[in-house]
Design a protein around this ligand. Sequence first.
Ligand code: AMP
Length: 426
Amino acid sequence: MPQYQAVKGARDIFPEESARWKYVEGVVHALAALYGFSEIRTPVFEYTELFQRGIGATTDIVGKEMFTFLPDPGGKSLTLRPEMTAGVMRAALQKNLLGTAPVHKLYYISELFRKERPQAGRQRQFSQFGAELLGVSTPAAVAEVITFMMQVFETLGLRGLRLRINSLGGTHDRLRYREALQAYFGPYRDRLDAPSLERLEKNPLRILDSKNPDMQEIVAGAPKLFDYLDAEALADFEKVLFFLSERGIAFEIDHRLVRGLDYYCYTAFEVTGSELGAQDAVGGGGRYDGLARELGSSADIPAAGFAVGMERLLMTMEKQGLFTALTPHAPLVYIVLQQQEFAEHAMQVAFRLRKSGISTEIDLAGRSMKSQMREANRLRSSYALIIGENEVRSGEYTLKNLVTSEQTALSLETLLEILHEPVLKE
Ligand code: AMP
């Protein structure tokens, strides 16, 4: 075994797989443009405080999953970002984005870091694509982020993903509900597990998130947040559902759905895939008007967004056989050199071809003509361009079609012209 291994929970992506990533990323970029979302890139690390305020101290992420370090003695603690929303909101506030236009539609494809126990579908470094719509969180805005996300899935050809949706109501609704939950779980104190006991005081809503099978029976009998929503919250939720129905987006209302992060309000949603095993969440999101104020803004900023795990998305696509049509990048031309003494000449031809936009490969290791031909076939190049003494002398190169084996002698100028013909580029 080599001396150095990748860190557990982090992985390498080799060319065959990175072709898949590029394909998925291409779809995300294209649909973001269709929906009018522009890309934002934020730093990989932020001050730890940002996440403590922006995600919430009682969450698992902040409680135990952050990679936190002190860069300088006596300096401020830094954390590798475990999610994007807090950083995007920080950036928007720092730049006063909403002072320049009332609505900003941002998206990202970014690396994140969480100190979780690595297992299938759960890494310590992973990626998400996501969107954040800032400045408006009307049902139309919430429906727009969901529609964007669902169209990405649809365009990728994914089948059988479940969209579950719920409303968490406004702050006042949740305050009433919180009291109701404390009243309900209180008598079960001796049956609650340690994390739930801790959440009972700090954030009883999160008890409902418990994955502990022993807790399920108690959780099942808990009051439903939905029953505590006021008329305005209900009307808001119905409007979101109306938009989704109009667009043919299938959803299931799930009153048990509460997102793990503290700043969500009103609509929350999650997408799961049946092929993923225990870690079945592909993505999720919702509305988070309160986050900006949490980060020091003098008022709420209406906002809605989602994040989708790229690894789980790719894993689902793989399981559904959606990558079979993807062929790795093949060069149009492979230059086959007959005698090494013309290597410099051949290099110059390769340069000319590439310069005019024709993908070209050439042997850099001085291998035999036979192994160059083999390599041309292995790379599934469309043509071999044979260069030898005759070719250099006459200025006409032999272009061999590697499918039909047809050969033609052509000058470099004609070659450049012909290889640009779409008919040959196929
Ligand atoms: P969250 O930000 O926790 O709501 O996660 C959103 C999505 O990111 C999840 O649905 C997963 O697809 C993905 N995700 C979250 N944590 C991990 C992880 N540790 N490894 C891989 N994917 C993850």
